[in-house]
Design a protein around this ligand. Structure first.
Ligand code: TYD
Length: 213
């Protein structure tokens, strides 16, 4: 079996969590081994970096370098080995989140992010132009105003969740741009629908690719 790499994306409050679990379960029911992971994080070192990124104030370049440092460790230690074993890797956020949050939200230079992406997501033996990307990115598309309503009162907000709605407008726009730049691997999930309808959209995007029955 070939490895399969699936990422979930969207602004905070878009409602990915329950569907991530459900998708992992759907693959397990097909007899696949699933590695369920997240970014920033997924390894002991990357989880330490996550704590810093989500809680400490820092300039946008520092933030970008830390999320890419975490990503490098995550790829080396967890993602690449799992894909090589033919597993399904389901990841709560990946590089598109960096383009959306650090690029769109913080306004950090997208060209520098592209260079870091090329460095960090290169794979030994795959040639200089190869960049590891998800095979499918499920983008939970939700208006920032609705996401803010969903988040309010839910829990103590982290550094990003505490940002104003304009920040998330820029993040959402940057996700939209990423989808335009990478149309083949993106599926847009209308996240304002009922939970069941959202799940059907998630499932449908896997079924059209022949990855789930
Ligand atoms: P999130 O994935 O929403 O997890 P939780 O449900 O525990 O809040 O939180 C991760 C946060 O990190 C989210 O606000 C987006 C942010 N982030 C970045 O700013 N850059 C990145 O590259 C990644 C992967 C996440």
């Amino acid at each position: 079996m070939n490895g399969l790499f699936i990422s979930f994306e969207g602004i905070d409050g878009a409602g990915k969590s329950t569907h991530i679990e459900a998708l992992a379960q759907a693959f397990r029911e097909q007899g696949r081994t699933v590695t369920l992971t997240r970014e920033p994080g997924g390894t002991p070192l990357a989880e330490k970096l996550r704590t810093l990124v989500l809680n400490d104030a820092m300039d946008p370049m520092t933030e970008a370098l830390l999320v890419f440092a975490a990503r490098r460790d995550h790829l080396q230690q967890l993602i690449e080995p799992a894909l090589a074993r033919g597993e399904v890797v389901v990841c709560d956020r990946f590089t598109d989140a960096t383009f959306a949050y650090q690029g769109g939200g913080r306004g950090f230079d997208l060209n520098v992010l592209s260079i870091l992406e090329q460095w960090v997501q290169g794979v030994k033996g795959q040639g200089p132009d190869f960049i590891r990307q998800p095979d499918l990115t499920l983008w939970f598309d939700l208006a920032p105003e609705i996401a803010a309503q969903r988040l309010s009162g839910a829990r103590v907000p982290d550094k990003f969740e505490a940002q104003p709605v304009e920040f998330f407008r820029r993040v959402a726009d940057a996700y939209g741009q990423r989808m335009k730049d990478h149309p083949a691997r993106f599926a847009c999930i209308p996240a304002d629908l009922s939970r069941e309808a959202v799940w059907q959209a998630v499932l449908g995007s896997l079924q059209t690719r022949g990855w789930l029955p």
